[in-house]
Write a protein that binds this ligand. Structure first.
Ligand SMILES: [Zn+2]
Length: 603
């Protein structure tokens, strides 16, 4: 069974990119307008940004330019993400990238000149600015790390080239890797990247599940050297840039943009590794016992404690469930959910060459675009709730803030999305009193929400920190080093509860996040905030919801600690994280108690 080609997918399962531009001609017109605006800004302001009034006028035009480029780029890029075989959209996307890099390079004088302006001029511009106030404050903060105008221009001109490692990774994974089918007991099974991650990892039949893992691992192993080389190029480049810009370490460089202290970063990795491990090992033992497995291996970790229960849902049912669950956030929020379905913001389809996983992109002022692979499962409803969390965040932030102030720190960006998963779980627990269903919902919180953010991505974060330590020390990495690190990482966390079988060490090959700096750990940070806020909403209702909405609207006008504080959660100490880990432990205890009550199995 081959996946369908993109052109054979029913339209109602696809997103509607005409919400960004009704026709290709409109796209082309805006693309040309952006290019013309870039030229105009250069003509009018180059060499003249030594005056507060002109600085503000220039940035007002620059904001318009950035908005236009963002729309033009999203339109081209989103088309590529659903069909890597579509060479026309590939070419469109490459054309925008080239033009954008050209414009950014030509306009790099804006930051350089403002950065070089005398203090009193910069301060006067900050005082006068309406839409670009925070943008200017950022320039002030970034000043010590600015290089000469010529160097900045050269770096900006190379921005497309800096994307090469990530492009190589995607091409190897999505275009070159073709998985042959495999056979178990005389029966043939098709294999593919998302088939493996969406289906086989959850497969009940142990022989099929483990065979799929083996064949999947064997195929990706053929690409381990090209993937490691791409990754080494990525992290080495980051280190070079960190040094050029005068950061003492690559960590300081990567955390600078996130406005996160090294302490906040290390806390997530260290505390979760140490304190969550005992709870997760108990959960692994429960899965093993409940499923009657001879041993627990890495390939079995996605099994549910109650795999016979896998609630199926249709898309209309998903819509109704998500709308009801999220209406706790207000009627305007529920209306956005309706709009997402009515106006086709979501790409449900499964087809060849489509990006794996899920994401939400929110081009300024044009709604949101959510990519996922729909499999008729309640688990997919959690994905929709998650992605709608991003949509709801940027709908509010984009409406309330200038384009410059919607650049939310990665540390916080997964809070609104994971929060919606928790709200969905709260709703399901409230509206159904069946004990077995209760266990299913709690298990889904652990097996998906917390597993994804506090285990999968956090293990990646631990590994990534080790990689950057090597790079910071002047070293480099190859496939062997990376596999060795990942094996040690998994063994450290799972102890003797899980056997780290062959192939598990290749998990480092499976995430595109590594091409976005210190991204992986932020999932756990966002969920820590989300857990605090979701509990507040359960306890305090309306008042907590109002605070949360203010946070969503604040965009990037506050740093992560400031946003969390506004939502009533203090993330400057261990407390919020320890409370979250306790909550996770409590849920696992309840799942174990329910299993004892329902089936008499004790762990
Ligand atoms: Zn997300």
């Amino acid at each position: 069974m081959e996946l369908a080609g993109r052109k054979d997918v029913p339209e109602e399962l696809t997103w509607d990119l005409s919400l960004i531009y009704p026709t290709e001609a409109d796209w082309q017109a805006d693309f040309d307008a952006a290019a013309a605006l870039a030229e105009r800004i250069g003509r009018e302001f180059r060499g003249r940004l030594d005056d507060p009034e002109r600085i503000v006028a220039c940035l007002d035009l620059y904001e318009q330019l950035e908005q236009k480029f963002s729309l033009v780029l999203h339109y081209a890029d989103l088309a590529v993400s659903v069909d890597y075989y579509d060479t026309a959209s590939q070419e469109r996307s490459a054309a925008v990238f080239t033009k954008l890099a050209e414009a950014e390079s030509a306009l790099s004088f804006i930051r350089s000149e403002i950065s070089a302006a005398p203090d009193d001029v910069l301060e006067a511009a900050i005082a006068r600015a309406a839409r670009s106030k925070n943008y200017l404050k950022e320039i002030r903060r970034d000043r010590p790390h600015r290089l000469s105008a010529e160097t900045e221009r050269a770096l900006a001109a190379l921005s497309k080239t800096f994307q090469t490692p990530s492009d190589v990774y995607s091409m190897a994974k999505l275009a070159d890797m073709r998985f042959p089918s495999f056979t178990v007991d005389g029966r043939e099974y098709p294999l593919g990247y998302s088939l493996f991650e969406d289906e086989y990892e959850y497969e009940r039949d142990t022989a099929v599940r483990r065979a799929a893992f083996e064949h999947f691992s064997a195929k990706i192993r053929q690409y381990e050297n090209v993937t490691a080389a791409a990754y080494n190029a990525q992290v080495s480049t980051e280190k070079v840039l960190a040094t050029l810009r005068g950061f003492p370490s690559v960590f300081d460089y990567l955390l600078f943009d996130q406005k996160v202290t090294r302490e906040m970063y290390d806390r997530q990795i260290d505390l979760i590794t140490e304190k969550l491990a005992p709870h997760m090992r108990r959960y692994a033992r429960l899965i093993q016992k409940k499923n009657g497995l001879d041993e627990m291996t890495f390939a079995d970790l996605k099994l549910a404690p109650d795999p016979d229960m896998d609630p199926r849902v249709t898309i209309p049912e998903a819509r109704e469930t998500v709308r009801s669950a999220l209406s706790v956030l207000g009627t305007d929020y529920a209306a956005m959910v309706e709009e997402a379905f009515d106006r086709r913001w979501i790409d449900f389809a499964k087809n060849q060459g489509k990006s794996t996983g899920g994401f939400c992109a929110s081009p300024y002022g044009r709604g949101s675009f959510i990519l996922l692979s729909w499999n008729d499962r309640m688990a997919d409803v959690f994905t929709i709730a998650h992605e709608l969390g991003h949509a709801g965040h940027f709908a509010r932030a984009n409406a309330a803030q200038s384009y410059f102030d919607t650049d939310v720190s990665l540390y916080f960006v997964e809070a609104p999305s994971t929060m919606n998963e928790l709200l969905l779980a709260q709703y399901l627990l409230r509206t159904n009193s069946d004990r077995r269903f209760r266990r299913w919902v709690l298990s889904s919180l652990i097996g998906n929400t917390y597993y994804h953010n506090f285990v999968t991505h956090l293990r990646e974060a631990w590994y990534q920190r080790e990689v950057y330590r090597i790079i910071d020390g002047g070293g480099s990495v190859n496939a062997e080093t990376l596999s060795g690190l990942f094996r040690r990482n998994l063994e450290l966390f799972w102890g003797d509860a899980v056997r780290i079988n062959e192939g598990a060490e290749l998990t480092w090959m499976r995430q595109p996040h590594y091409y976005s700096g210190l991204y992986s750990y932020t999932y756990s940070a966002g969920l820590t905030v989300a857990t605090g806020v979701a509990r507040r909403i359960e306890r305090e209702g309306e008042r907590a919801v109002e605070d949360w909405k203010r946070v969503l609207s604040a965009g990037s006008t506050l740093d992560p600690a400031g946003l969390a504080a506004l939502a009533g959660v203090d993330i400057t100490t261990d407390r919020a994280l320890l409370d979250t880990i306790d909550a996770v432990g409590g849920i696992i205890d309840e799942i174990c108690a329910l299993t004892e009550e329902l089936e008499g199995i004790t762990v």
